[in-house]
Design a protein around this ligand. Structure first.
Ligand code: SF4
Length: 58
């Protein structure tokens, strides 16, 4: 059986929806083609790391 590539749910377009909506990928302005990933996820990941490092300092 061929492996299917999983498309992640989008936190932005899923907001307020009854069912989670999948990522629009190349149709979305946030999609970063060179990385094949979502720019929002990258920002959220960086922000999470930033918070973590601040908490560890405090
Ligand atoms: S690339 Fe766009 S559609 Fe896909 S998860 Fe990110 S914000 Fe949502």
């Amino acid at each position: 059986m061929a492996a299917t590539k999983e498309i992640p749910f989008c936190p932005l377009i899923s907001a307020g929806q009854t069912y989670p909506q999948v990522c629009l990928q190349e149709e979305c302005a946030w999609y970063m083609k060179p990385y094949k990933t979502c720019g929002v996820y990258l920002l959220a990941h960086d922000a999470a790391l930033d918070i973590k490092s601040k908490q560890q300092k405090g």
